[in-house]
Design a protein around this ligand. Structure first.
Ligand code: NDP
Length: 338
């Protein structure tokens, strides 16, 4: 059995995460028991939610245990199988974690899913046609419930979730305005992702500047907003929201290091009779097949072809993860392992 490089959580962050929070170890892959499969990971997914799991605080999901392999989504290939439903060579997506190989119980529901990499690139099953894509789909269709011609906004617009949101919202005939960090990301949003406009939050770094930019980009106000960041961006959106606007509260990455994110003017929720709803995509598994089907269709049709930022080798994962939290990624942040 192959030797397996792994990254474990060494210590919990105090404030911002650092590379010292992680440790690279090597172990032997155990021999397979009946019903198990051995997967060689091709790509590891890095996601903002992992920052929350590094804390030992109350949340919707259990904390990442210290000394154990960091949890995370993976795509790879079955290289040995003692389960009748999996054959050597099958491409699979699962939660293999920050390591090169994983041994998986092939019969356990939801742990491993076979995927077809002939029309959709394998790595996309961690992004556009994976959990981030479904996240965008759920918030858009089940919370924002857009009508053609409405104006929608999304923060972290060029990331894994934001880029899928743009394609899904454009497919429903909406005007879609993104908020992203820096002129290059904003140009990419408009030129490649199909956004109608994109506002650079680095050039509009306070509430007044952001709300003015939103007014210019959304002349008919905002009917639906998909929030990934929080803080003054959300305050600015509320100032421009139309009556009965909906907000899908997906992430608040501006506060993941523990900063409070107070809402400046919650009376706007009442004045605008708004609906604001938080959600966790893994609690809505019944929608995944429908969402994945639409997302795959957009990819195959060439209407959702987001960029990826790919770090090389498992040892690069901590640095790449910190870069994701700082906005250094464009599109889905991955680590290539093969
Ligand atoms: P992204 O690929 O969008 O990467 C994170 C991005 O957040 C960065 O690139 C950066 O983009 C932006 N960002 C980071 N810090 C700040 C800040 N202080 N102010 C403004 N922008 C910031 O990640 P994902 O697409 O994977 O995730 C997007 C959001 O969705 C996250 O909040 C995540 O936690 C959430 N999420 C929630 C799920 C759920 O079930 N509720 C499931 C999956 C994701 P930029 O440079 O443009 O600012």
């Amino acid at each position: 059995m192959p030797r397996n490089q792994q990254i474990v959580l060494e210590q919990r962050p105090q404030g911002a995460a650092t590379v010292d929070n992680f440790r690279l170890v090597t172990s032997d892959t155990p021999p397979l028991a009946e019903g198990q499969v051995l997967v060689r990971h091709h790509y590891l997914s890095l996601d903002p939610y992992m920052r929350g799991r590094m804390n030992d605080s109350k949340s919707y999901a259990a904390s990442q245990p210290l000394g154990e392999v960091m949890m995370g989504g993976t795509v790879g290939e079955v290289i040995e199988s003692r389960h009748p439903q999996y054959a050597v060579g099958d491409k699979v997506v699962g939660m293999g974690g920050w390591q090169e190989y994983s041994v998986v119980d092939g019969g356990a529901p939801g742990l491993l899913r076979k995927v077809d990499a002939s029309q959709v690139p394998l790595s996309y099953y961690l992004g556009a046609v994976g959990m981030p894509g479904v996240t965008a789909w759920y918030g858009l269709t089940q919370i924002i419930e857009p009508q053609p011609g409405q104006t929608l906004t999304v923060s972290a617009a060029t990331g894994a979730v934001g880029s899928a949101f743009a394609a899904l919202a454009k497919a429903r005939g909406c005007r879609v305005v993104g908020i992203a960090g820096g002129p290059l990301k904003c140009a990419y949003a408009v030129d490649e992702l199909g956004f109608d406009a994109c506002i650079d939050h680095r050039a509009h770094g306070d509430l007044k500047a952001m709300s003015q930019a939103l007014k210019a980009a959304c002349p008919h106000g905002i009917d639906g907003h998909f929030e990934n960041v929080g803080g003054y961006l959300l305050d600015a959106v509320l100032l421009r929201a139309n009556a009965f606007a909906r907000v899908a509260l997906c992430g608040m990455i501006a506060g993941y290091d523990g900063q409070p994110l107070p809402l400046l003017n919650p009376a706007l929720l009442l004045i605008n009779r708004m609906r604001v709803q938080g959600f966790i995509v893994s609690e809505h598994m019944q929608f995944w097949p429908q969402a994945l089907q639409e997302l795959a269709g957009l990819v195959v049709a060439g209407r959702l072809r987001p960029r990826e930022t790919v770090a090389q080798g498992l040892a690069s994962a901590p640095e790449a993860f910190l870069g994701l939290l700082q906005g250094k990624n464009v599109g889905k942040q991955l680590v290539k392992l093969v």
